[in-house]
Ligand binder design. Sequence first.
Ligand SMILES: C[S@@+](CC[C@H](N)C(=O)[O-])C[C@H]1O[C@@H](n2cnc3c(N)ncnc32)[C@H](O)[C@@H]1O
Length: 243
Amino acid sequence: MTEQMYGALSDWWPVISPPAEYAEEAALYVDMIRNAARPPVNEVLELGSGGGNNASHMKRHFAMTLVEPADGMRNLSRELNPECEHASGDMRSVRLGRTFDAVFVHDAVMYMITEDDLRAALTTVATHLVPGGVTLVAPDATAETFREDTEQGGGEDVSGRRARYLQWTLPPEAGETTIETHYAFLLREPDGTMRSAHDVHREGLFPRATWLRLFHEVGLTAELAPRSMEGEEYDSFVAFRDV
Ligand SMILES: C[S@@+](CC[C@H](N)C(=O)[O-])C[C@H]1O[C@@H](n2cnc3c(N)ncnc32)[C@H](O)[C@@H]1O
């Protein structure tokens, strides 16, 4: 793991990206899973659950098991979501030895930078679904929805730590399926000490047709499920394991 945000800076994650900001988005994912599901959904596995921000809202509706490879992020999620089960694992290879009514994969899927990575992650999804189970995979972007973008944000915590960031997502080089997102962080301790960090994340960008082909290859029947958040359109995918 080379991203500082999930390693050396993970302690700052709840300040950079406060859980309360995920309420609306998490409600949308709950609705999308419920509306797509054939048998009712009780048990949900999330792959790449990070600091557990989505889960902190989704857990009111589902019994959630959270898989996250970065120790710092998983520990934050354990504190935020003590009632959820947590496991360490990479979404390309983790095997929990049990199945779930639904599997949810959010922005962590962006770290699948090759088709082989993405196929491996979708195989993990298929392996953990009950027959008839549903998955919702919600990347930040597909090749069709990608746009170069800058975003800013931040927050503060009860101890008085404050953070601000600028996020700059750059377009892929011609013929490439990877993009770079650069983060500039300003991190202010309660005593006023300020430090900065520059973090670079390499992410995958695949056309819808590639996504749908890979779902098919791992034995899942998938369809495009567009989602709309804060006036922006995003692609997501809903897929089923055959009964
Ligand atoms: C932006 S965070 C996820 C935040 C999460 N959506 C939430 O609600 O808190 C992205 C996470 O993806 C995880 N990640 C990166 N590569 C991964 C992989 N191969 N398998 C599983 N998770 C991965 C990182 O460790 C990081 O915690």
